[in-house]
Design a protein around this ligand. Structure first.
Ligand SMILES: *Cc1c(COP(=O)(O)O)cnc(C)c1O
Length: 423
């Protein structure tokens, strides 16, 4: 499609957008008396207007039933977590039995590494991306130490080549080959939080398996954003949070995926809790852990129903909108944003924004390296009711998301920046 940098054109795209009505299902922060242009759905998604009712229902049932709510609540709490796998299958591309909603993201990362990172003297290395999200870096480092290995020799980071911003797939695959004999685990994000690069999960996973290693993904910035096929890609495990693109509230309950080929394997080591115990006999409270033969077998604790209620409110909206439709619109939004930024560069005297997100491997987020006037641009955006985010040293991350952002949002974003440049 040929884009145009005009308000009319942006409005025409919005008029043709089959998802346009979903915008009214969310609350927007108010800035200077007006709804903000919210571009940080990659950091904390907006609140659906239905969330309060979903949470309130559980508070009411708690008030009405006390402990009996485990059985008599409108959605009995004993099985509340069972509502989620069917809602998440299309979002992550997994079978229902491969998916479980539990804990929080970094907790799940550690739990899954407890199973899938079993280093030996021969095979102990972890390959990951350079500049992984800090929590992940600390998880990898501490897991290495936990098993008695020196993180400096254990955690192998693959980074961009000098002068480049994205990590080449070929470099990842060759690092996996190079370390194959000592490799225990390959773990990447699905979408890098800083530059927005989407990794080639299918081929990374294939290379990891050829090297005799397990492969896992942290999908914090991928879930609810890009197309995922965890089952078909043969991914061993994955985890994600629900408060970014999944709009389930600050610190919301997280998710995990464990491939079908592993879920029935009772010999896999794991850290266990009572909620992972076989359901039929769980309440006999006997000694000797017997895991559920699905991803639920990795659960530790009973369900945090209040945060799960918020998660359910949001996933019901995803179900209505359809993940496929969301991916298509998300790509179009970020393509339009790409175009607008190119236009800004073209019409100013010199290039002042470098988009470091690869155009052919991106989700909703674009990361703009500000070659000039970075802070001024960021300040002007803020003053004009645009919420984006600043990452040191000079990157502005912008994520128009398909459920509640419009093409007009992007047009205004470009217009505000133009004013700063022309000053
Ligand atoms: C957002 C994010 C986290 C945050 O972890 P929490 O445990 O949810 O606080 C971790 N890893 C990645 C890759 C993230 O993007």
């Amino acid at each position: 499609m040929r884009f145009e940098n005009t308000l009319d054109f942006a409005r025409r795209l919005d008029a043709d957008d089959t998802l346009k009505d979903f915008r009214s299902k969310f609350y927007f922060p108010i800035i200077h008396g007006k709804e903000a242009i919210y571009f940080t759905g990659n950091s904390l998604g907006l609140q659906p207007k239905t969330t309060q009712d979903y949470v309130l229902n559980e508070l009411e049932d708690w008030a009405s039933f006390g402990v009996e709510g485990h059985f008599h609540a409108r959605q009995p709490w004993l099985s509340y977590h069972e509502l989620f796998p069917n809602l998440l299958t299309k979002i992550v591309g997994g079978l229902p039995e491969e998916i479980v909603v539990m804990n929080q993201l970094t907790v799940n990362l550690h739990l899954l590494m407890a199973t899938f990172y079993q280093p030996t003297k021969q095979r102990y290395k972890i390959i990951c991306e350079a500049k992984a999200f800090p929590s992940d870096q600390y998880a990898f480092e501490s897991q290495a130490r936990f098993h008695g290995f020196n993180p400096d020799e254990t955690v192998i980071e693959v980074g961009p080549r000098t002068g480049e911003h994205i990590i080449r797939t070929a470099d990842i695959l060759s690092a996996i080959k190079q370390h194959a004999h000592e490799l225990a685990l390959v773990i990447f994000s699905g979408v890098n939080y800083y530059n927005g690069q989407v990794f080639d999960m299918k081929n990374i996973c294939k290379a990891a398996h050829e090297a005799g290693a397990y492969c896992g993904f942290d999908l914090a910035h991928a879930t609810g954003n890009i197309e995922l096929h965890l089952h078909d890609w043969d991914v061993d495990f994955a985890c994600w949070c629900s408060y970014k693109y999944l709009n389930s509230g600050p610190g919301g309950v997280a998710g995990a995926f464990i491939h079908q080929k592993h879920i029935g394997n009772k010999d896999l080591k794991r850290l266990a809790g009572w909620w992972g115990y076989e359901k039929a006999t769980r309440f006999q409270m006997e000694k000797g852990f017997k895991p559920i033969a699905t991803a639920e077998g990795w659960q530790l604790s009973n369900a945090p129903v209040l945060s799960m209620a918020a998660h359910k409110a949001s996933l019901d909206i995803f179900e209505d909108a359809g993940m496929k439709n969301l991916v298509v619109k998300g790509q179009m939004l970020s393509d339009y944003l790409f175009f607008i930024i190119e236009e800004l560069n073209r019409t100013s005297k010199e290039k002042f924004i470098e988009v470091i997100t690869p155009q052919d491997a991106k989700g909703c987020q674009l990361s703009m390296l500000m070659l000039k006037k970075g802070k001024e641009v960021f300040e002007a955006l803020k003053q004009n009711g645009v919420i984006a985010d600043w990452r040191e040293p000079i990157v502005i991350r912008v994520a128009p998301v398909p459920l509640y952002n419009s093409f007009e949002d992007i047009y205004h974003f470009g217009r505000i920046i133009t004013q700063v440049i022309n000053q």
